[in-house]
Design a protein around this ligand. Structure first.
Ligand SMILES: Nc1nc2c(ncn2[C@@H]2O[C@H](COP(=O)(O)OP(=O)(O)OP(=O)(O)O)[C@@H](O)[C@H]2O)c(=O)[nH]1
Ligand SMILES: [Mg+2]
Length: 550
């Protein structure tokens, strides 16, 4: 059986041209199922309908399958016997009677329909020669409401695989059967060709019959898909003409292939509508995102501000200025400055206070991004409440604190990585200052030696008259002048480095802030965005299903 069905499935897939609306309907259904999986919706029923559809089109035969379905004792078997003009399926007063499905098939279709009937698990098959009812094989099914539960299970297994259904009821059961039966309500939208038969019409007077029919038609109109009216017929198997309307309905110019395709499309359409509804998509309204643009922008803005606080841009600025000053010191302070900057570096103080790269990379040591996580979660919480119940769990999962934190950390790490290595600026003037500092250091050293010689040997050196102090020996004046020059040079260097450093600090501060902003905007809500994307895909595919399966 499996091998026959598998072979049929291969045929079914290849039989449909890609331009065929049914092929488009099947493909769009699969897109809906895939998007719905991402949203955590149940897609088992839809995928089963898809599989059934693919298999059904692959089976050979030029007849469609119509099932007689309904409660026990309503006269399903009697109706089949009436149509056949003889006993095909045993009918009796015993409840329930029919336990296994019975098929009544036109002789020329018996062989081609073999694999399909096998797939349905129908083994009792009767052939007939008439074609007056059109290309139809009729199945008498067990009941759906007796104490024998397996009967209903058997029917539920067969109904997804038949092409058309005659729902049979009687004047006693009709109210329960259609008005309050979830079973029927769930099936009616999934079948394109169907009729409701109120059998045993011989038991009611004409007026009651007409009233029952009107009631049923009105109720069915509410349950059917796309305003496709379900016909309601009265029938009787004890009255000679009681099945004429049913015969006429069966024979009314039916194209078997159209019935088969209509059934598949109706089932897929109904299944897709169920899934779309669960995703909160209304086919008559544009789909809005879970998180509205304004709330999203606000959440991102607040989260970015919180992250920037955690990163500490003022700290970064101070580090950048200090790093620039350190570079200036090592280039422009002459021999003594070089010694101090070496000592600075050796002690590790330079890296602690003047290394913006290290400062950025180690943001985790300083800042807690908890407030940023809260900002995102607050922005999304209203959307979760507003979302349809079926998608709420997966939405909540997408903005779970650990998930949001991970997203923000990823965004921040990427932003810092993207900024690249920060190299403090330098200036040619610093080397010039460095040279002058070296000269002033040499001058200080020579002046100091001269001072020592002057103290010990008092050579004649002349003196310079300094205001207020009076004449001062030249070695002292020289020592003071060089020291002063060194001091002034150091101050000039410091001022210039500070100016360049703060300009650079402003640039990198902006660069880091922009990178963080961009990354958070694009990445912090990645899990939520995946859901938004799935919902958009679902809405698009569902719209395609409406047009191609409709
Ligand atoms: N008065 C009247 N009795 C009918 C009519 N059709 C069937 N019956 C009787 O109703 C009883 C049940 O008929 P069945 O054909 O066995 O009913 P069924 O729907 O196949 O029942 P299950 O096989 O148990 O699901 C039998 O005694 C029939 O004679 C009808 O149109 N009018
Ligand atoms: Mg029966």
């Amino acid at each position: 059986m499996t091998s026959v069905a598998d072979a049929a499935e291969v045929d079914g897939a290849s039989e449909l041209a890609s331009s065929d609306p049914l092929a488009r309907c099947l493909a769009a259904t699969l897109d809906v199922a895939e998007a719905a999986d991402t949203l955590g919706l149940s897609t088992a029923a839809l995928r089963a309908a898809y599989d059934n559809g693919i298999r059904r089109v692959g089976f050979p035969g030029n007849a469609y399958l119509l099932a007689l379905a309904g409660g026990t004792g309503v006269g399903k078997s009697s109706l089949l016997n009436a149509l056949a003009g003889g006993v095909v399926s045993a009918a009796s007063v015993r409840r329930p009677t029919t336990g296994e499905p019975v098929a009544w098939v036109p002789r020329i279709e018996r062989e081609p329909l073999g694999p399909l009937l096998d797939w349905l698990g129908v083994h009792e098959i009767h052939e007939h020669d008439g074609m007056a009812l059109g290309p139809v094989a009729i199945l008498d099914l067990p009941d759906v409401d007796s104490v024998t539960r397996e009967h209903r299970e058997r029917v539920e297994a067969i109904l997804p695989r038949v092409d058309a259904v005659a729902w049979v009821t009687d004047p006693e059961k009709y109210a329960d059967a259609v008005l309050h039966d979830a079973f029927l309500r769930s099936w009616i939208p999934r079948i394109a060709r169907q009729v409701v038969l109120v059998n045993k019409a011989d038991r009611v007077v004409d007026d009651d019959g007409r009233r029952i029919r009107r009631d049923l038609e009105a109720d069915l109109r509410r349950e059917s898909v796309q305003g496709r009216d379900v016909a309601v017929l009265l029938s009787s198997t004890v009255d000679g003409h009681g099945t004429d309307d049913l015969r006429a309905w069966l024979a009314a110019g039916v194209d078997a292939k159209a019935v088969i395709r209509g059934r598949i499309s109706a089932t897929l359409l109904a299944g897709v509508r169920d899934v779309a509804r669960a995703a909160g998509i209304d086919p008559n309204r544009p789909t809005t995102p879970f998180l509205a643009a304004a709330e999203r922008a606000d959440g991102i803005r607040r989260a970015t501000a919180a992250v920037l606080r955690a990163v500490d841009l003022d700290g970064l600025r101070a580090q950048a200025v200090a790093a620039t000053r350190a570079t200036a010191r090592s280039r422009g302070t002459g021999p003594l400055g070089r010694v101090t900057s070496f000592l600075y570096r050796a002690s590790g103080r330079a890296t602690a206070v003047a290394d913006p790269n290290r400062f950025l990379l180690r943001w985790r040591d300083r800042g807690a991004i908890g407030p940023a996580v809260d900002a995102i979660r607050e922005a999304v919480s209203a959307s979760i409440v507003a979302a349809s119940p079926a998608v709420r769990p997966v939405l909540a999962g997408a903005v779970e604190p650990t998930e949001v934190r991970r997203g923000l950390e990823r965004a921040l790490d990427r932003a810092i990585g993207g900024v690249g290595r920060l190299e403090p600026p330098t200036s040619r003037w610093w080397s010039v200052v460095g040279l002058l500092q070296t000269l002033s250091t040499v001058g200080i050293a020579l002046s100091a030696a001269w001072v020592v010689v002057w103290i010990l040997a008092r050579p004649v050196t002349g003196s310079i008259t300094v205001p207020i102090v009076g004449p001062v020996p030249s070695p002292f004046v020289s020592l003071v002048a060089f020291t002063l020059a060194g001091y002034v040079l150091a101050r000039v260097l410091g001022a210039h480095a500070g100016w360049m450093g703060s300009r650079w600090a402003n640039v990198i501060r902006r660069r880091v802030a922009t990178a963080i902003d961009t990354e958070i905007r694009e990445r912090a809500l990645e899990p939520l965005d995946r859901l938004e994307d799935a919902r958009r895909r679902l809405a698009t595919a569902a719209a395609a299903v409406e047009t191609s399966c409709g």
